[in-house]
Ligand binder design. Structure first.
Ligand SMILES: Cc1cc2nc3c(=O)[nH]c(=O)nc-3n(C[C@H](O)[C@H](O)[C@H](O)COP(=O)(O)OP(=O)(O)OC[C@H]3O[C@@H](n4cnc5c(N)ncnc54)[C@H](O)[C@@H]3O)c2cc1C
Length: 381
């Protein structure tokens, strides 16, 4: 990667739209267009495909900045990059431009294609690595019926990386991933997103009925879904989700510090920031923020370097950042007092946005369980 992208992010334009995206629960198309124009939809994709290059370290810097400006844009962006990385791993470095997957990767690399993940199955809920839906063999193709409970950018993305149980087996861990055009016959969106936070991210159910998929659309070999989820999706997603949490917490903290500095107690001739309890609360929040941010950058560097310590970090980083963002956004609400409680400022939006990561799979509880197993030498699955 030739330049430091984080210094040239189109954050002002993204931030300018953030309140309207939240209030109207509107997909953040302006922000995504800005990111596409800046080449950032191709971050992590090789320059030989027209992409920007870069890896996990650059990704977390960009995702943190974008989510700090607008959490919905950050989440849409993260799901795109994670989907693109999963696809890249699924072609195993051999992106034949004439193939469905090669053409899609080239379009993603050059900002002409937005993708996302459709993993969460109605029957296995947040245990996305296990699939209850099944592909059924039909000649050289498979036919799929599935109910996906959530897919960020549903109806807005150009494609979905769709997870489904592999044909000819009942093992829920035997899965396959397919690249599916969002306008494919058999894919509909039965209802729309009305969430507490990240209100513009368009996470909606997908109803899949009689969807015919060719082997050319499959990522990796037969029954390779689980391995791709663990080696490609999981590290990029936990980093991206953590970066969103860190970005949201940082934005909330900045807003609270500015509020405390400018809010006057005229009868005492001082500001809120001059009250010891207030500034101590801000200091504690800053410590929590910096701890999680340091872990984020440490784990991103470990993943980028293929360091053996990366697995533990991948399991820790999302839970750490998600819980930190909840705590920090709550603390700064107290600093902001009644002013923060109103919808005139950004703090209540940050509080709502911060709660998403903890319930997104793998949830904080699941990550703690996995990490507990890992550090005590037990099998994860
Ligand atoms: C904003 C947003 C965007 C999303 N985007 C996508 C997307 O793009 N693609 C996608 O596939 N999915 C997406 N999801 C879905 C998400 O990843 C989860 O699958 C979903 O939030 C799980 O919701 P649920 O109601 O099924 O939770 P459940 O799975 O029912 O979990 C309920 C509770 O049980 C706990 N729990 C479950 N199992 C265990 C266990 N073994 N040990 C301890 N506790 C446990 C959980 O931690 C949680 O607290 C998104 C979700 C949100 C909120």
């Amino acid at each position: 990667m030739k330049t430091d992208v984080s210094s040239t992010l189109p954050l002002d334009a993204i931030a300018a739209d953030a309140s309207a995206v939240d209030v109207e629960a509107r997909f953040p198309q302006t922000g995504i267009d800005e990111l596409a124009r800046a080449g950032l939809l191709g971050l992590g994709l090789p320059e030989s495909l027209g992409g920007m290059g870069g890896g996990p370290v650059e990704f977390v810097r960009v995702a943190e900045g974008v989510a700090g400006a607008c959490a919905s844009t950050g989440m849409v962006y993260v799901m795109h990059v994670v989907g693109a990385q999963t696809l890249l791993a699924g072609v195993n470095g051999d992106a034949d431009a004439g193939s469905t997957k090669g053409a899609a990767l080239a379009a993603m690399a050059t900002g002409r294609h937005l993708t996302t993940l459709a993993y969460s199955d109605r029957g296995s809920r947040g245990h996305f690595w296990a699939q209850v839906s099944h592909a059924v063999r039909d000649g050289d193709d498979v036919v799929v019926d599935a109910d996906k409970t959530w897919a960020t950018s549903a109806g807005q993305a150009d494609s979905y990386v769709l997870a489904v149980g592999a044909p000819d087996t009942d093992d829920p861990l035997s899965t396959e991933l397919y690249l599916v055009a969002s306008d494919a016959e058999g894919v509909t969106i039965p209802s729309h997103f009305d969430g507490l936070g990240m209100r513009g991210n368009a996470s909606a159910p997908l109803q899949v009925r009689g969807l015919r998929l060719s082997a050319d659309q499959r990522l990796g070999g037969e029954r390779s879904g689980f391995a791709l989820m663990m080696t490609a999706t999981l590290p990029w997603f936990t980093l991206g989700s953590a970066a969103c949490s860190v970005g949201i917490a940082g934005a909330a903290l900045d807003a609270a510090i500015a509020h405390a500095g400018r809010s006057r107690l005229e009868h005492e001739g001082s500001s809120l920031a001059q009250i010891p309890g207030v500034r101590a609360r801000l200091a504690y929040a800053r410590v929590r923020f910096r701890e999680s941010r340091a872990l984020l950058h440490e784990v991103a560097a470990a993943v980028a370097a293929d360091d053996p310590s990366a697995q533990e970090g991948v399991l820790a980083v999302k839970a750490s950042a998600a819980e930190m963002a909840i705590e920090v956004s709550d603390l700064v609400m107290r600093v902001g007092g009644g002013a923060a409680y109103s919808k005139h400022g950004p703090l209540e939006r940050h509080l709502r946005d911060a709660r998403a990561a903890a319930v997104m799979a793998p949830t904080t509880e699941l990550l703690h369980d996995f990490l507990g197993k890992a550090i005590t030498g037990q099998e994860l699955f």
